[in-house]
Design a protein around this ligand. Structure first.
Ligand code: NDP
Length: 283
């Protein structure tokens, strides 16, 4: 599996695990925990959650899934913009750590921009780093203008990641943001890479390309092609959410799926790349 290296030198596999909506349904809880554990057993490391997800339910489920194996995990959570003041960041992080049953996050992100000045949020992140509560910080849903503004803020530690919407449904970032992040040595974390399991996975082009490939689990699926397509980008980490071990296995197998030039050209034909600036979309 491909790796990505954060600006602070930490290297992780390019496939991680999303957790939005996990923990919301008691009937699915067991399968959701097994899904995360299967991912870790297979060598995945990044688990992405947020205080917002299920008002803490996702963080609690992640805490249960990683109990006793914290060192296997590169743990990411996010602070809501409404909590992003210097003191608010501290209190929100402390609450996330309690729910997750750990004493540190590997990466803490501002979920999206709000009304708190960026300087203040960054100062809050730096306080957390000094206190050992987080190992690195980053942002989410930042377009190129936001990233430029962030780059002007002096801070001892670099912004390590920008978590953004990137899938075949939303290719706009190929125009500029992916290149901006790469040149700044900031890891792009692609969220909703499977189009949230919706219409995208029924795209005829994905079915056609899938029919030409085999994976370790048998014939490739449209979801595997959609994920392999996102993972083809260098310096990018994809965080699909798999609520079952079966989906997790499929996604892991997709990380080894290499799309050919002909596959990529056929996909471009059906779903063209952007020709001009498209503002960053968010879900
Ligand atoms: P995804 O694109 O990851 O899609 C998840 C959906 O796809 C679920 O319905 C899941 O079903 C299904 N699925 C997973 N694997 C497969 C498979 N192999 N075949 C078919 N269907 C599959 O959407 P998300 O919105 O969940 O994005 C991923 C993660 O990104 C989130 O969980 C969250 O951690 C993060 N995120 C961050 C945001 C931000 O603002 N920073 C915004 C949105 C997401 P099932 O559950 O049954 O497996």
């Amino acid at each position: 599996m491909k790796d990505v290296t954060f600006p602070d030198g930490i290297t992780v596999p390019a496939l991680g695990m999303g957790t939005w909506n996990l923990g919301d349904d008691d009937g699915r809880r067991k399968a959701e925990i097994q899904s995360i554990q299967l991912g870790l057993d297979a060598g995945l490391r990044v688990v992405d959650t947020a205080e917002m997800y299920g008002s803490g339910r996702s963080e609690r489920l992640v805490g249960q899934a990683i109990a006793g194996r914290r060192d296997d995990v590169y743990l990411v959570s996010k602070v809501l913009p409404s909590n992003a003041s210097r003191k608010g960041v501290h209190d929100a992080c402390a609450a996330s750590l309690r729910r997750l049953g750990t004493d540190r996050l590997d990466l803490y992100l501002l979920h999206w921009r709000g009304s708190v000045p960026l300087e203040e949020t960054v100062a809050g992140f730096e306080d957390l780093m000094r206190a050992g509560m987080i190992r690195a910080w980053g942002v989410s849903n930042f377009d190129v203008d936001d990233m430029r503004e962030l780059a002007r803020i002096a801070s001892p530690d670099p912004c390590c990641a920008n978590q953004i919407l990137y899938s075949l449904d939303y290719r706009g970032v190929e125009h500029d943001l992916l290149a901006y992040d790469r040149e700044a040595r900031i890891v792009t974390m692609a969220y909703s890479p499977l189009g949230q399991g919706g219409e995208l996975l029924r795209a005829p082009v994905l079915r056609r390309v899938a029919a030409r490939h085999e994976t370790a689990l048998g014939p490739a699926t449209p979801a595997q092609v959609a994920l392999a397509w996102v993972l083809r980008q260098p310096d990018l980490l994809a965080i699909p959410k798999a609520g079952s071990p079966a989906h997790q296995r499929e996604n892991i197998a997709a990380a080894a799926l290499e799309l050919t030039k002909a596959d990529l050209a056929e996909i471009d034909d059906a779903i063209p790349p952007p020709r001009r600036k498209v503002s960053l979309a968010m879900i």
